[in-house]
Write a protein that binds this ligand. Structure first.
Ligand code: FEO
Length: 172
């Protein structure tokens, strides 16, 4: 059994991860509409990863005797001024998610909930990778995206992303 406050935070994070999946699908919708199918594909996979994160947290709660509850998932309501805008919004969003994960970790640390801290280790590392990926996408877009050939090549590169389930995550 884990502390009620920690359980509540992790349960809320399930919703945030599902929202992340929704947000990235919204990016994918935008890019599909812009004819950038590689970008759309990249974010479709990102959405799958976010769903995996939600499922890992859900499983952690269930395995610790917590009844998981679901809230409504917020509607992504962003308007994108240009094809770089979702990339920047994605980076900002990942920084926000990192702050949420760090906050849960901090609360677990405060009450010496070592089990939850160990569970969150995987997510701390994952957030580092996700922030780096998001930042790299912005850099590449700024370097190559303004030229038609560069944008084409970048779109092709992103189209090659392969989904790998996050089953290698924390032992539960
Ligand atoms: Fe679930 Fe993008 O962090």
């Amino acid at each position: 059994m884990i502390d009620k406050k920690i359980a509540k935070l992790v349960n809320e994070q399930v919703n945030k991860e599902l929202y992340s999946a929704y947000l990235y699908l919204d990016f994918a919708n935008y890019y599909a509409d812009e004819g950038l199918d590689g970008f759309a594909h990249w974010y479709e996979i990102q959405a799958q990863e976010e769903r995996d994160h939600a499922m890992m947290m859900r499983r952690y709660l269930i395995d610790n005797g917590i009844r998981v509850t679901f809230d409504a998932i917020a509607k992504p309501d962003k308007k994108y001024a240009d094809t770089t805008a979702p990339l920047k919004a994605g980076f900002e969003h990942e920084q926000y998610v990192t702050s949420l994960i760090n906050n849960i970790y901090n609360e677990a640390f405060a009450i010496k909930d070592f089990k939850t801290m160990q569970f969150l280790d995987w997510f701390i590392k994952e957030q580092g990778e996700e922030e780096k990926n998001a930042e790299d996408m912005i850099k590449k877009m700024e370097l190559f995206g303004h030229d038609a050939k560069g944008l084409y090549a970048l779109n092709q590169e992103l189209a090659a992303r392969v989904y790998t389930p996050s089953a290698t995550g924390p032992a539960m």
